[in-house]
Design a protein around this ligand. Sequence first.
Ligand code: FES
Ligand SMILES: [Fe+2]
Length: 399
Amino acid sequence: MLTKEENELLTRVGPDTPAGELLRRYWHPVAIAQELTPEHPTKFVRVLGENLVLFRDKLGRVGLIGDRCSHRSASLCYGRVEERGISCAYHGWLFDTQGNILETPPERNEAIINSVKHLAYPVRKFVGMYWAYLGPEPAPLLPPYDLFTKPTGSRQLVVHPMLDCNWFQAMENSADPDHLQILHQEFLTRPGHEPVNSTRGFIDEVAATDFYTTDFGLMKKRTYKDGRVDEHPLIFPNMLRQGFGMQIRVPVDDTHTLHFQLFYTPGDDPIDASADLPVEWKEPYKLPPSALHPYARYTMDSVLAQDHAMWETQGPIADRSLEHLSYSDRGVALLRKVMQEQLDVVARGGDPMGLYRRPEGLIVDTNYEESVKAEGSAVPALITAEMHRIKVPAATADD
Ligand code: FES
Ligand SMILES: [Fe+2]
């Protein structure tokens, strides 16, 4: 149980909040590369409580700038792009990708051009997405984790529906291994392998769960009674690697979260790091798609639909002053402790965990190959296939 103040500290992501400061130390994906096209060169982006516009000018340069025009606040989402940048639809003020004001029609106001800088953040294309950095310079490296950086094989992306709740609920779920055998029991069921009852699901197959911190976050570990083990690293602050997939939860604001998933398939083919990736956009996990509990009904027809239902029905921001943590919530408690420690590091001016500044080209090994091999025996191919709905590499099926 947390006090209301502790809950606020963990969950608020806007500028000038402690967790907002922490999250601004990391790059975050904000759009899929294919979302910017010559026909639609702008996209409204809300991230960490800030309203921004992503655009690509006619020279191919991509910018992420404040949504409200520095002139009189019209949205630059409706701006027209040209070679030099984006021109506000209202009176034509022209901005480049760095936020410099280049023109102020109808007159040329040198005083404004020389003194006003429009809000602009660095943006980079990486693993088929545009990533934004909203923190202090110098920016760290883009996240150099193995699934993102292995030079051969292939990658693809899944975009889940917008999650209408706070990002930390999804992350607490990533430190909560026991829900798999209960919440997702239908997807573990197969002929001859039935849940003992709906209350316990398959939980009696698990002998123990354990949690420990790593250089880049924390590990949740399951040991089954038959000796199988699986481990899924939570990559601080907002990613979860499960086998060959990486879930990324990006705080849009305090009560909304983008949810991307990247899949890596090993292979010998070289990967063109600048290429767009195949993308699957998931159908809504609830109807009506934009309603909140209790006015929405969740489909519960997939693992991720079940997860979204549990995360959202905890509330837009779960009130942790009402909870009753048990022994099986040790991972949740550890994540909160790690979060508090990292908030303290940032408050003292340090770099939080999982930031990398050198060398360029670094690949951080999350022990992906070993865990996929171990997981193959622990998580049935059914759940793997259902979650990913893509071709499952043979190594994860049943070896
Ligand atoms: S509001 Fe943008 S140019 Fe006037
Ligand atoms: Fe789950």
